[in-house]
Design a binder for this molecule. Structure first.
Ligand SMILES: C[S@@+](CC[C@H](N)C(=O)[O-])C[C@H]1O[C@@H](n2cnc3c(N)ncnc32)[C@H](O)[C@@H]1O
Length: 178
């Protein structure tokens, strides 16, 4: 009986934290397939030592790919403590802690001024809310790649229709993001 209660409590906690991002204006976890992850980072032309932010990093797959395959520095932001832990453990076990880190928190409160590239797989209403923040905080030359959802008021510089990927660039000397 004790074991059943324990399993039920763990299950309820997992379910609660999976749903938790919705309560703070986000969406639950659904991973991007690795082929698409590479496509997103390739589209953004991630260069060695550039800083990549994945907003809502899930199990850390984009953060890890950015560091291992593109030589970037990467930061994941995640509201779900279980996924934060999974990302943290993966980064630690792969020995990537010098170049990768994960932040437990709300992506709306993350300072993005150091980002060269921002990746997102969120939801339309989240992108809508982020539009002003990205426009305000991103430096010239920064790129934003969004899977599925668009930024309604921005002109994408590249669209992968089949992959449902949208690339936006904040042009140097011109506020083209926004
Ligand atoms: C669709 S998943 C994408 C995960 C990962 N970026 C990928 O492509 O595999 C969205 C992630 O964002 C997280 N999330 C949603 N709203 C958030 C918020 N407001 N702050 C931080 N993380 C959030 C969810 O917990 C989930 O892990």
């Amino acid at each position: 009986m004790g074991w059943i209660i324990f399993i039920l409590v763990v299950f309820a906690a997992l379910l609660f934290f999976w749903f938790f991002p919705v309560l703070i204006g986000g969406i639950p976890w659904q991973p991007t397939d690795m082929r698409r992850v590479r496509k997103m980072l390739t589209m953004a032309q991630v260069k060695p030592d550039e800083v990549v932010y994945d907003l809502g990093c899930g199990d850390g797959r984009i953060v890890i790919a950015a560091v291992r395959e593109f030589g970037a520095k990467a930061v994941g932001v995640e509201a779900n403590p279980w996924l934060y832990l999974v990302s943290w453990i993966r980064i630690f076990l792969l020995g990537l802690w010098r170049s990768a880190r994960v932040v437990l928190g709300n992506l709306y409160h993350q300072d993005l001024s150091q980002a060269d590239v921002v990746t997102l797989f969120l939801f339309q209403h989240v992108n809508d809310h982020l539009e002003e923040k990205l426009k305000r905080e991103l430096k010239p030359g920064a790129r934003v790649v969004s899977y599925v959802w668009v930024f309604k008021n921005w002109e994408p510089s590249q669209v992968d229709t089949e992959g449902r990927l949208y690339l936006y660039e904040k042009e140097r000397g011109r506020e083209n993001v926004g």
